[in-house]
Design a protein around this ligand. Structure first.
Ligand code: NAD
Ligand code: ZN
Length: 251
């Protein structure tokens, strides 16, 4: 894993009260047993996520797309947050200027007790009316697992419900974009467990760096971003964050 000297760089900044922004991706939930998109287990019935997570795929075959989301909801309902979620949740409560942006849709940061989570790509636990009918809110929480039959139906107009996630080709919610943009004004920016391939989320790190933040990547593997950050902590999120937290506690 990374060296003591490397860990100390982050520990010292956190101790000194750095305004910290954390961006997380699927790797943070890997230790909880949630498959990443690009790692092993990312394929489902020979479909690539890019083929299923689109409005076109849903329009063509809502039951197939829902089968995949329903499978992920069942899988995640049986998972627990891991040490990475726990440390991040502690920081979100301990440091008043700590902000958390996640690309994950699994809700595990919230289940670990994180506060003020900016959900960049929505939530698997929210649904919305595919027709966006006037009678229904834009999105609402529904934790039914499993849904039967598929697709679930809008209680107001009987159109299919859609998962409350942001699909490939869809825009990010304007308020989420502006909160994320604000969060790039920070002293320390940690990008954890993301392959940094999906924009605009991947651009937040560079934006933070341009605004003067010290940028750190935590990931066991190299990403397209690795050469563009100030420090790389090579290792699994749950191990690296635990090591940082132990040093913060003086152990
Ligand atoms: P990704 O699958 O593209 O990349 C995962 C990254 O995590 C890789 O760089 C990998 O090296 C790293 N990784 C693997 N194990 C790790 C560990 N233990 N600690 C730290 N890093 C680890 O995921 P992405 O970059 O988040 O982008 C995929 C998109 O898919 C996101 O927009 C997200 O919304 C969605 N997604 C979400 C979930 C989830 O909610 N848990 C799961 C899969 C995909
Ligand atoms: Zn409706």
């Amino acid at each position: 894993m990374c060296s003591d000297t490397e860990l100390a760089i982050v520990v010292d900044r956190l101790r000194a009260g750095a305004r910290t922004t954390i961006l997380t991706g699927a790797g943070v939930s890997a230790a909880s047993g949630v498959p990443t998109f690009r790692g092993p287990g990312g394929l489902w019935k020979r479909h690539r996520p890019e083929e299923l997570a689109t409005p076109e795929a849903f329009a063509k075959d809502p039951a197939l797309v829902w089968e995949w989301y329903d499978w992920r909801r069942q899988l995640i309902a049986a998972c627990e947050p891991n040490r990475a979620h726990a440390v991040i949740a502690d920081w979100s409560r301990r440091y008043p200027d700590c902000r958390l942006i996640t690309q994950n849709v699994d809700g595990l940061h919230e289940r670990a007790g994180a506060e003020g989570v900016i959900r960049f790509h929505g939530s698997l636990w929210e649904v919305g009316c595919w027709r966006a009918c006037a009678g229904s809110p834009h999105r609402w929480m529904d934790r039914t697992v499993p849904f039967d039959p598929l697709p679930p139906r809008c209680p107001h107009c009987d159109a299919p419900l859609r998962p409350g996630v942001v699909w490939f080709g869809e825009g990010i919610d304007a308020s989420v974009l502006s909160r994320s943009d604000n969060a790039t004004a920070c002293d320390l920016f940690l990008t954890i467990g993301t392959s940094s391939l999906v924009y605009p989320a991947a651009g937040l790190v560079q934006q933070a760096r341009q605004r003067g933040a010290f940028t750190v990547e935590i990931n066991p593997d190299a990403t397209p971003l690795s050469d563009g950050v100030d420090l790389v902590l090579r290792g699994r999120a749950e191990a690296v964050l635990d090591a940082i937290e132990q040093r913060l506690a003086g152990r």
